[in-house]
Design a protein around this ligand. Structure first.
Ligand SMILES: [Zn+2]
Length: 172
């Protein structure tokens, strides 16, 4: 199957079941519209981030509030407005959500070790009333990270004036 027929099938399928746009798609479209380019979930990176932005050395995860236990404190594991843990099979759900949260943390730790920044976007932050604000703030964060990375590498100020006057002497 070639790429364009796959694309058409995806298009038809998403038209059939489109009740609402998937949160990851909202982020992709929103960033694309702001001129930010990315790759889709990169299989070789820990946690398969939803968006991989090489230029910004950043991975973005778009998390469902229930599955990833938004605002749920790991040592308490109590329901929150975002994540209502069912009373039926309560222990099962607590264990499951706790595991997901631990995995998220572990994967982001690995990515950080590999030199990636991570941004987590929560489903509730993409509600129509909050969406634009959230996308703006992601774009702002990305630009900030980019500047931070690039300024840190290229600019180093000499500590004393003598060093400015004798640059040749310092080079071996
Ligand atoms: Zn939430």
């Amino acid at each position: 199957m070639n790429k364009s027929s796959q694309y058409n099938i995806n298009k038809v399928m998403s038209a059939v079941k489109s009740v609402g746009t998937k949160p990851a798609v909202i982020v992709r479209r929103g960033l694309w519209a702001r001129g930010i380019r990315y790759r889709l979930n990169h299989k070789r990176l820990p946690g398969h981030p939803d968006l991989v932005l090489r230029k910004y050395r950043t991975c973005i995860f778009v998390n469902g509030c229930f599955w990833h236990g938004h605002h749920v404190e790991p040592d308490k594991m109590e329901s929150t407005k975002c994540c209502r843990i069912p009373m039926t099979n309560h222990d099962f759900w607590v264990a499951k959500i706790r595991r997901n949260k631990e995995r998220d943390r572990e994967e982001q730790r690995k990515l950080a070790e590999m030199g990636w920044h991570c941004i987590t976007v929560w489903e509730c932050e993409l509600k129509p009333s909050k969406r634009e604000e959230t996308l703006e703030s992601i774009a702002f964060t990305l630009n900030h990270l980019w500047l931070q990375d690039h300024c840190a590498k290229s600019v180093s100020y000499p500590e004393r004036e003598e060093e400015v006057q004798m640059p040749m002497a310092a080079e071996g």
